[in-house]
Design a binder for this molecule. Structure first.
Ligand SMILES: NC(=O)c1ccc[n+]([C@@H]2O[C@H](COP(=O)([O-])OP(=O)(O)OC[C@H]3O[C@@H](n4cnc5c(N)ncnc54)[C@H](O)[C@@H]3O)[C@@H](O)[C@H]2O)c1
Length: 362
């Protein structure tokens, strides 16, 4: 039987949910959308158009929708600053939660949400869409195969021309750390996943160039170390002259003992180490191509299915809210590092925040 869901938040990304992520899951019987909510009544037109919802199934207030419709879970696609109020309502109406990233717009909020969900005995998953995209999953498969030996370090690049106000969605031009909360939250999560271990230390320098029409820092250079010794470098920028690596087309390079794996613009190739040579040279595009893995669902479409399987008693999804606190810890530890110009120990930073939040919640 299809699980019943209520979609909350149909802004620019909610529209993608209506048009792309939900229909394949409705079609194959994974779920049924019984209601949709957005404060803005015009936004609800998308739910009618792509999900065939009637006027009666569309609401401008989440509480009324939760009260009037029997559902198993809600899908939280409102802006991060409002995630917690939707979580509180979901808990009140005993709904599991599938939430957009980041869990919240503060680490304290994210820890509080995870704790509230645990105390309520509910399940909450987070859609770290890009970690589950086809290209990143293919690269992860190569690294986990062991074929290329020990992973030494990772490099990634996400550089865009979004310097004009509103070009990256208005709210991102208004918040304090848009690159971190709305961009790097994915990329640092992918780096930790590729590394195969929790992040141990992080150091960030972040800034806003004078031509970037952002209130907060929109560019950053970050270094990370992981508990298994792997290291990583991240370049993220939203105010460049040109977009070299846009969403879903990021650059990732994994330097392994027996090969250099390069993923750029969704093309994966490997440059195997040849012990017979020295000072081996190559250009991008000259490696051995690796075909991307094939399956029906990727990213959020796949994550919806993983969540429903978990509700059904299956394996806990990788991005359950407790484990996914790591992704929020990365960004706030990095912000702390930029503020203090110090390397921050990420797990200690998370634990300190957890202790503070739990003592306030008693
Ligand atoms: N995974 C990804 O790749 C990805 C991409 C884009 C956005 N997102 C995430 O999706 C979420 C939404 O982002 P967006 O770009 O669509 O933002 P947006 O501002 O375009 O849309 C947010 C919508 O939520 C509605 N809303 C806000 N508070 C509400 C409330 N309490 N009740 C009902 N409706 C409410 C607003 O009216 C608006 O229509 C964010 O968490 C963002 O980080 C994820």
């Amino acid at each position: 039987m299809a699980y019943k869901a209520i979609l909350v938040g149909i802004g620019s990304w909610g529209e993608w949910w209506c048009e792309h992520f939900l229909p394949p899951n409705i079609k194959d019987g994974t779920l049924e959308v019984v209601a949709a909510v957005d404060r803005n009544p015009q936004a609800l037109e998308c739910a009618k158009k792509y999900l065939n919802l009637s006027e009666k199934q569309c609401y401008t207030d989440a509480e009324t929708a939760f009260r009037e419709n029997k559902a198993d879970f809600c899908i939280n696609v409102v802006t991060p600053a409002h995630h917690e109020e939707i979580v509180d309502l979901a808990i009140k109406y005993n709904l599991h939660i599938l939430s957009e990233k980041p869990i919240a717009d503060t680490l304290e909020g994210a820890v509080r949400i995870a704790e509230k969900v645990k105390r309520a005995g509910l399940k909450m998953g987070v859609t770290m869409s890009h970690r589950f995209d086809q290209d990143k999953t293919s690269l992860r498969g190569q690294l986990r195969s062991g074929r290329w030996g020990t992973l030494d370090y990772l490099v990634t690049r996400f550089t865009c021309d979004c310097r004009k106000y509103g070009s990256w969605g208005e709210f991102r031009h208004e918040i304090a750390y848009p690159l971190m909360l709305e961009g790097a939250v994915h990329h640092l999560d992918i780096l930790a996943d590729l590394a195969g271990a929790k992040c141990e230390t992080i150091y960030m320098q972040s800034w806003r160039p004078s031509w970037g029409e952002f209130k907060g820092d929109c560019n950053a250079l970050i270094t990370m170390t992981f508990e298994n010794g792997v290291k990583a470098v991240y370049e993220g920028a939203k105010s460049n002259a040109v977009t070299l690596n846009w969403w879903s087309h990021e650059y990732f390079r994994a330097e392994c003992e027996n090969g250099t794996l390069l993923l750029n613009q969704r093309k994966l190739e490997v440059f195997p180490y040849n012990p017979e040579t020295t000072i081996a040279k190559a250009l991008e595009g000259e490696g051995v191509p690796i075909p991307l893995l094939q399956q029906k669902k990727w990213a959020n479409t796949w994550l919806v299915e993983k969540f429903v399987r978990w509700l059904d008693g299956g394996e806990r999804m990788e991005t359950n809210v407790e484990d996914n606190l790591q992704s929020v810890a990365h960004i706030f530890a990095a912000i702390e590092s930029a503020r203090t110009d110090q390397v921050v120990r990420v797990q200690e930073f998370l634990e300190k925040t957890r202790e503070k939040v739990l003592s306030e919640m008693k």
